[in-house]
Design a protein around this ligand. Sequence first.
Ligand code: ATP
Length: 741
Amino acid sequence: MYLKKLEIHGFKSFAKKTALEFEPGITSVVGPNGSGKSNIADSLRWVFGEQSLKLLRGKKTEDVIFAGSDQKARLGGAEVLVSFDNSNRVIPIDYSEVVIGRRLFRNGNSEYLINDNQVRLLDIQDLLLKSGVGNTSYCVIGQGMIDNFILGGPQAIKELIEDASGVKPYYVKRERALRKFDHTESNLTQAGALIAEIEPRLKSLRRQTRKLEQREDLERELREMQTAYFSEIFRGLQKQTSELDAKIGIFDKQIDELEKEILALSEDIEKEEKTRENKSSAVVLQSELEELRKTKQRLLEEQSFLRGKLKVEELKNLPEPKINWVLVRDKFRAVLEKFRAFAKNFSKYRDEPESWRSESDEMENELKQLLEEIDTRSSEHKERQGFEQGKKRLEELNNEVDKISTLIAAAEEKVRSFIEQAEQKKNQLFVKERLFRNKQETLLKIRDQKNSLSIEQAKLQTRKENYENEALAALGRDYTQVVSSYALAVPEGVLDRIARLKKQLEIIGGVDDLVLQEYKETESRFQYLTSQTEDLEKAIADLRTVIAELDESIKKEFDNAYNKISEKFSEYFRVLFGGGKATMTILREKPELSEEIETEESAPSLNPSPRAGEGRVRGAEIVGIEIRATPPGKKLAGIAALSGGERALTSIALLSAILATFPSPFVVLDEVDAALDEANSIRFAKILGTLASKTQFITITHNRETMRQSHTLYGVTMGEDGVSRVLSLKLEQAAAYSSKN
Ligand code: ATP
């Protein structure tokens, strides 16, 4: 990594955009006085973030902007860009070229850039610190400032060595840790003060709350006892309620059944009564029977009449009336024959009237007799016919009587069975009615029993409600849950214990809830502060460790750097002075005796600026490095006794020692060799030549020897327009250039 290019535009006398390219090794910038060479060194200082107006040789920030000249107007802004070759990635950015830039405008706006990206100053400082560039106080050594190395005194020399040894980052870290330590310690102190403030109050509150705790214990026990008590009570009540419910349930069932039975019975009875009321059927039966009996009577009467009648006829014992129709016919024929003969001989009778009369009388008698016989026989027949009819009728009557008797018997049977049934039904109804009454009585009895159970139930409910109210008051709204989840055995004498606990609570009396509230708050605050204190103490212990470790690293690195640099310093001194002697001595602060550091005398800590709070990590601090220089042939004396040139040489010896031990990527030297005589200039140039293998040098010089060691030469001129210009030169030109002044 090396400085590759510097572009200046509007910075101080460089009104025009000017670019200087550099190679590793030595680049010399030459030119007449006032041409603007130092402005180049300033521009580098500035682009690396320098804030010191004094080091920038200005009074105001905008003094770095081209202020204008007779011929050229002032500019509105200044810009400096510096490019680094970063092929070896020393700058921790993954670019082979890194460009750092800074701009300032007259309106006060300023910009910092890394590879064209706007960044903060801090980013640039951080990047340079990480790359070992620009972080050292000797990166740009201004004109006349080389002496300051040693004139700054032991403290400045010490800081130089610290810069070189790279312990600065440790210091930054240490500084941060210390700041944190201070902050933490102040927090701890504050926490401690707060604890001290609240502790007495906390004690008093604790006393009061102990009473409250006691009360809470008693209350807890009381609550437990009450829970047990009520659990037993409610269990009992529950049991009684269930039993009652069960009993009532049974009664309800019985009542229900009875009511159904009674209803069925009443319907049954009603129905039967209706059928009983329906007497017409009985009456009909009876009247039918009566009718039948009357009919029978009539028939019997007729029968007996007929029997009587038939008996008379029987007594007559009438023979079977028979007419001898053949005889009748024969008689008729004889008569008829007589009649015919009579009729035929009718004329004869006319002469014989007496014969006619006798004969006609005879015939008439004969006919009369015949007719009489027929009449007799006819009446006999008629009589007989009537008897037969009477017999038949009697038979019919007998049949009818039999029939009717059967009917009567049936009707009587019907009536009898009807009566029997009616009787039976009456009996049944009677039984049912009795049953009905019995059931009704039973129902009433059961209802009574149920009612008394209901009353008992109501009483039980009232008792339960009373207990519930008591439980609510004692155990709160969720008492049911509390009580039901109580699974332990109820202690003996629970009521006595409850009474005793109540009494005890009464004796303790009430404790203000606000006290508890305050106690809780104070306690939690106390706890918080205590835990915070613990955390802070731990943090302090950790920070102590960190600081101690950093101290250890600083000491190690510093000791290493010091030993090497002091040795090299002596060597370079002798080379530059051609003899003599120079030494470095560590100056230590008188150690503050404390338990921890008594044993550290031989390995003191390097804390440069002891602070409050780090007492325990302090040791015999190195306050500076004293240089004693004795040029050849002179007495050992302090640097104050050295001449200007000797001072410059001693300073150069120190710078060379530092660079030989810890080579910087580049160093800008603005006329550090100004005070050297030719012989010393030669020695210096030689040393520079050797150091240039590891450090890139940009030297502003009038020294020919230095120019000779350079790989590149730039000449700076300033025209009448007050604007600096740069041009590349050959050695001869450069010598001529620089000798112009
Ligand atoms: P020497 O060899 O005498 O040390 P030098 O070459 O180092 O001189 P510088 O100090 O770099 O000279 O430049 C000084 C010049 O720069 C002065 O002429 C001064 O007027 C000019 N200068 C400084 N600041 C500004 C500015 N803001 N605007 C214009 N010119 C400026």
